[in-house]
Design a protein around this ligand. Sequence first.
Ligand code: NA7
Length: 547
Amino acid sequence: MTSTQTAPDLDLDVLIIGAGFGGIHQLHHLRKMGLKAKIFEAGENLGGTWYWNTYPGARVDTDLPAYQLSIPELYKDWTFSEKFPDYRELQAYFAYADQKLDLRKDIFFDSRVKEASWDEKEGKWTILTENGKVAKAKLFLMCTGIGSKHYVPDIKGLDTFKGECYHTARWPKEKVDWKRKRVGVIGTGASGVQVIQEVAPDVDHLTVFQRTPNMALPMRQEKVSKETQDKMKEELYPTIFRRLRQTFGGFAYHLITEKGTMDATPEERRLLWETYWEQGGFRIWVANYADIFTNQVANDQVYAFWRDKTRDRLKDERMKEKLAPMVPPHPFGTKRPSLEQRYFEVFNQPNVTLVDLNETPIEQITEKGVRCKDGTEHELDILVLATGFDAVTGGMTAIDVKGSDGESIGYKWKDGVATYLGMTVTTYPNMFFLYGPQGPTGLSNGPSSVEMQSEWILDCIKYMLDNGYKRVEADTTAEAKWRDWVMELTEQTLFPLAKSWYMGANIPGKKIQPVNFAGGVPTYYQHITEIAQKRYEGLIFEKEFRV
Ligand code: NA7
């Protein structure tokens, strides 16, 4: 451990990493509890994901009003302009939250945490940043989010490219001009889909390097007036915010559990799906018959619906087969679908090339562009890496977090993630995390899931304070049981059949395992609520440290 002195203002009750939704929710409420809390944030401003992801077309896939915090002081006077706001509006929202809740005074920006370690003698965490700050804290909260560690694939020659090259999650603050340029995009996940549809109308030529087609769904973007929002705020927002804990994905719509896909008549199914198609958003994914996630026959039905709708939008037979193949590459919805606005029409443009990397993998990046195995060199001015993240666990394991046995969390998890309730880890006392592994993460709406966990952690901290407890740690048996349940829930589904970030399968060498709790938000919420009612069963509270 470093000998660097802790500044007096960094001797804290709580140190939080990250000024996204989770971090600011915690900071606001911890201060209200009278605790001295600060945030270390790697970026130069608030926003988390929305600070970093400023690529063309970046916008949220959750429809209004679910994608915001339910803190009344915040939503009361804040108005979005669209049903699915873009990154600029989300940055403005965070600026507003900053001013309204007076957050900035307790946030250290440009402070990327590199190390954190538990000292049993002191009963404190020591947290170090790359720029030399040292904080001591009784409690340590990791609010690093699901996408704070971006993934750049190890492609031969990447550093030799003479044009401009950007990862979507590290988009430069200066304006990038793609107009009349030759642009290449590697990756067709949520970020790739958004970049592609945004730049396509203006480029000279667009080359899309696709490995897996995205079963993207129509967004149906709409302007939403202030009057509509004001009326909803008064009459509906509190109900909607409560509803977000009663639905599988934390959205304002829920899975159908009363009957299975094949129990419905073909007409009934068709009518439902046509309605959802017109309404847009994630309905076909997370308001569908629940058995689409567990029953291959049911899943095939909804895939066929999606495929036929999508093929109708494409003119070229090859494009139809590449983008919406007759045989699905994985079950529908087991990789996160994106919401699109004009994505498929892009592939009707004469100046767009789709390279199927399964047919002809990338061999090398050259000075001029991308050379594939078939010998074609795709010459480019701009290369966009929309290649995603070491999702969910990466933000945590990127930091050398050492627990009571001195073991780094990355090492502890090398053979598999283990947590208790997706919020804490045994041998890491007085440490909690939000929207991380084994919680309802990634499969569910961000802000509402974050709030649900954040409130639980705040209550647990209050319970400690009220009872004079200084130390809390998850019990090993309780942790093992939680892990087994998380595994079991996913094994009952079709999710393991996809090579997705939900399974940790998008990063070479990463352990294949479910990183999310697949039981849905209501089951999770009910379980953690019951645990709290049972005086936090599975957590060991102590009045003294173990010295
Ligand atoms: P995703 O969804 O992980 O997408 C990454 C894309 O990049 C995906 O299409 C990958 O193909 C592709 N990829 C990754 N590595 C390579 C290599 N080496 N060669 C070619 N193609 C590659 O990340 P996003 O940023 O789009 O979205 C992440 C989440 O953030 C999103 O779901 C939201 O929840 C927010 P693959 O599918 O693995 O074949």
